[in-house]
Ligand binder design. Structure first.
Ligand code: G4P
Length: 194
């Protein structure tokens, strides 16, 4: 089975579609981690961005870190995660952006120390979910602020019906999602984009 089929099969087997279009994947991606599956996903993402000269992966805490780490392992590049609401702890020398999350109905700041991103970097953004795309947008602003090159974004699960992926692609950013969900209904049925 291909890496993508592995993830889709696992979503169908263990994912739970909750009211409000939330997909719970706590048993393998968001709480307990199936690192073997994550490793396969990392290999697929590495293959898609092979030859793009990625020097660093940028993700956001908390749930993005796992998939980003396995990508970093396969691609042999460092992984940096943006911290939420911790500007004070990192001191003044940070790149920061504001993220207005519809999913969580709140706005928060994300920041990355200037020590870990530079204008020489070619950055791949990685995250577990792409819903309304606000987290990815914030990360792309940080890459821009650092003067680094944004190679693209790799996502485990894109909720295609929420439009974040379209919004990010319209900005000219390459987005590669391993599984795109087009529909989730009240009976818990999940339809993937072919
Ligand atoms: P947003 O603009 O609605 O906030 O959407 P975005 O695509 O930026 O995703 C925001 C957060 O919501 C992300 O978590 C993402 O993982 C989570 N998320 C969105 N939809 C779902 C879903 O259906 N299922 C699950 N499990 N998560 C979803 P985050 O803000 O990075 O926080 P964290 O959960 O990683 O700590």
């Amino acid at each position: 089975m291909s890496e993508i089929e592995l993830l889709k099969t696992r979503i169908l087997k263990d994912g739970k579609a909750l009211p409000g279009n939330i997909l719970k994947v706590d048993s393998f991606l968001n709480h307990q981690l199936d690192v073997m599956l994550l490793h396969e996903m990392g290999k697929e993402i590495a293959a898609r961005f092979k030859g793009d000269g990625v020097t660093k992966i940028l993700t956001i805490e908390a749930s993005g870190i796992a998939v980003a780490s396995l990508c970093g392992l396969v691609m042999e590049v460092p992984v940096v995660f943006a911290k939420k609401n911790q500007t004070a702890n990192l001191g003044g020398d940070v790149y920061s952006a504001s993220v207005e999350s519809f999913t969580h109905n709140r706005t928060y700041n994300i920041c990355v120390s200037k020590k870990y991103l530079s204008s020489a970097d070619r950055i791949l953004l990685v995250d577990d979910f792409l819903a309304n795309g606000r987290a990815l947008l914030g990360l792309s602003q940080i890459v821009e602020e650092a003067g680094a090159e944004l190679v693209g974004a790799a996502i485990a699960i894109e909720k295609g019906f929420q439009g974040g992926g379209d919004m990010i692609r319209r900005k000219g950013i390459r987005v590669e999602s391993l599984a795109i969900i087009d529909k989730m209904d009240d009976e818990g049925n999940i339809t993937f984009r072919a």
